[in-house]
Design a protein around this ligand. Structure first.
Ligand code: NAP
Length: 313
């Protein structure tokens, strides 16, 4: 195990990298478990137009690459493994990933959230064979084809607009008759001649696993009960996210929706010395900039905690 680390960071999205930048600049020699797929949700995005500092916007992957290089420049040690176990019931705290177990005085949890699925027959079997949760990853495969997007939030509309550039037609299926997405995104979608809306409707089944590809989606109108099949080549599910907290159940206090509970106005969890930043504790704002903000808070709070414990720089 070796020496006890001052700060261990779990997760490499905007929250984790920002915590690393602040902790490294405070001489806390942070070590970060980046996860096998580093960079978080912005790695699955194209243009990010609302991260301050980029007048024309910036694509997600190069933005995260800059975050990472900035964290490395100040000496953050990166371990490219997923964390498989934590023990917060003892001191020092321990975090295990790959074949290493590290001891830490503090841990910053920044594991983010992942796309939710509908749980429909055919959905999992056809994942990667026509079903996707990431338009920018898989949209290319549906050039000039018919695409369906499920959801009514910003993600669904962003996916639909992106896919409209590639596909022949994009049908957005939403369970209500009003979108949750921001007005500016709604207006863009309503103006796009390739985007069509199917309101008050939910998918019931994805066809056809027997053929090993998506051929149609069985839909149900929630008001009339009508059921029908719409032929499509691709189905993009954009119905929100699930926090990545499986590792922390029973170890940190969670909300009923499984996001980590933090003391309001702080990143303090139910365990002293463990802080949570970014989407793993935020089901309200969920923005890259708010994730980065709470990453900064977590590093400053970890620094204060270490000082109070008499663990010097
Ligand atoms: P979201 O805002 O929670 O929207 C999820 C959508 O999926 C809602 O319309 C919801 O319907 C629908 N839905 C949920 N469960 C469903 C189910 N089982 N069956 C059918 N439909 C279901 O999630 P999001 O769109 O991923 O956005 C998350 C956050 O990120 C938001 O704060 C958003 O503003 C932000 N975001 C911003 C941008 C941007 O600014 N460019 C891009 C992406 C995301 P109801 O509306 O009926 O609940």
């Amino acid at each position: 195990m070796g020496t006890t680390r001052k700060v261990i960071i779990i997760g490499s999205g905007p929250a984790g990298y920002t915590a690393a930048i602040y902790a490294a600049r405070a001489n806390l020699a942070p070590v970060m478990f980046t996860g096998v797929q580093s960079g978080g949700q912005l790695m699955l995005t194209t243009l990010v137009e609302n991260y301050p500092g980029f007048i024309e916007g910036i694509d997600g992957p190069p933005l995260m690459d800059s975050f990472r290089k900035q964290a490395e420049r100040f000496g953050t040690e990166m371990i490219e493994d997923d964390v498989t176990a934590v023990d917060f019931g003892r001191r020092p705290l321990t975090v295990t990933g790959g074949d290493v177990t590290l001891e830490g005085h503090t841990v910053i949890v920044a594991t983010g959230a992942s796309a939710k699925l509908l749980g429909l027959p055919g959905e999992s079997a056809l994942m990667g064979r026509g079903v996707s949760t990431c338009a920018t990853c898989d949209g290319f495969f549906f050039k000039d084809q018919n695409i369906m997007v499920v959801g009514g939030g910003d993600s669904a509309i962003e996916e639909a607009l992106y896919l409209a550039r590639l596909g022949r037609q994009v049908e957005v299926v939403h369970r209500r008759d009003a979108l949750r997405a921001s007005k500016i995104m709604q207006e863009r979608a309503f103006k796009n001649s390739k985007v069509r809306f199917i309101w008050d409707t939910t998918p019931e089944e994805v066809l056809d696993p027997a053929q090993g590809k998506v051929t149609a989606v069985r839909l149900r109108n929630v008001k009339t009960g009508a059921i029908w099949e719409t032929p499509v080549d691709g189905l993009f599910v954009a119905i929100g996210h699930q926090p990545n907290t499986a590792l922390f159940k029973g170890r940190l206090e969670l909300h009923p929706n499984e996001y980590i509970k933090v003391k309001p106005g702080t990143t303090e969890t139910s365990v002293p010395g463990v802080f949570a930043a970014g989407d793993v504790q935020d089901f309200t704002y969920r923005q890259a900039v708010t994730a980065a903000g709470t990453g900064c808070m977590a590093a400053l709070e970890a620094e204060r905690y270490l000082e109070a414990q008499g663990v010097g720089h």
